[in-house]
Design a protein around this ligand. Structure first.
Ligand code: NAP
Length: 238
């Protein structure tokens, strides 16, 4: 029996899940926030733009059998809205979150609870690779350091001393090594996004560079969480 599944997307896992749900015959719609102008699209239907808060999302759940929140681990508002709207409408909710990273040997990671605390932890005069995404840049505007800001699209603000690189990952290890060397980077700031270990973290380890790793926001209480597309597929099976 085919099911109507609404996938809250914006991640590679969401894209893979939606494509595979559509492939097995489910009626799947992926919802994208619309932040990226040319997103990679999944199989099934796609809708774009916010719902207008919890009320709007709850209204959109009318004929949905399962809601899957497969948003980025840092998209905390959408995740909170999904939990509230699912509870209000009695719609089964599954959260798909890839596991966070664990430091391996040789890694000089310092975990920080927020972008603001990452900004406070940057030593004066540092040369920073800031790879926390367009929306995270604001927290760093007053820091006394030089920044190489990398994002998919240009942020609204930049720190006073900064160079912007527009690029979309995944990045090759050789390119990350060259980037760190060319700009004489002394600190890397990244979010604990999880997924395959990113090349920038490998290149930072090779150079014994410190990494400020921003922790994920907590999930709402009581939500049902899986950590892989495989698990999400079996949990949403009829
Ligand atoms: P957010 O702060 O949690 O959400 C802000 C608002 O954006 C939500 O209240 C909602 O508007 C709308 N929204 C977010 N995700 C949506 C979705 N999948 N479909 C429809 N509306 C959505 O989210 P964010 O951090 O701005 O992230 C936006 C999108 O980018 C997410 O889908 C996320 O998966 C993706 N993303 C985020 C990051 C990150 O680091 N935050 C990184 C990579 C990708 P309404 O209240 O009007 O419904």
């Amino acid at each position: 029996m085919s099911r109507r599944v609404l996938v809250l997307g914006g991640t590679a896992e969401a894209r893979e899940l939606a494509t595979r749900l559509a492939g097995r015959g489910d009626e799947v719609t992926t919802s994208l926030a619309g932040r990226t102008r040319h997103p990679r699209l999944p199989g099934g239907e796609v809708r774009t733009g916010g719902f207008g808060g919890v009320d709007g999302l709850a209204a959109a759940l009318g004929d949905v059998d399962v809601l899957v929140d497969a948003t980025h681990p840092f998209a905390a508002t959408m995740t909170a809205h999904a939990a509230a709207a699912a509870a209000r409408t009695g719609t089964p909710l599954l959260v798909l979150r890839r596991p966070g990273w664990t430091a391996g040997p040789g890694e000089r990671w310092t975990r920080v609870p927020s972008l603001a605390s990452a900004a406070r932890a940057i030593p004066a005069g540092a040369r920073v690779l800031l790879a926390t995404g367009r929306q995270g840049v604001e927290a760093f505007v007053d820091v006394n350091a030089w920044f190489l800001v990398r994002a998919i699209e240009a942020p609204g603000v930049l720190p006073a001393r900064a160079e912007l690189v527009l690029a979309r990952g995944p990045f090759a290890l050789d390119d990350e090594r060259a980037l760190l060397d060319r700009h004489a980077i002394t600190v890397v700031v990244a979010k604990d996004s999880g997924g395959p270990t990113e090349a920038k973290l490998v290149a930072a380890r090779e150079r014994a560079l410190p990494v400020l790793l921003v922790d994920r926001p907590p999930l709402p209480d009581g939500v049902d969480v899986v950590t892989s597309v495989e698990a999400a597929l079996s949990r949403t099976a009829p």
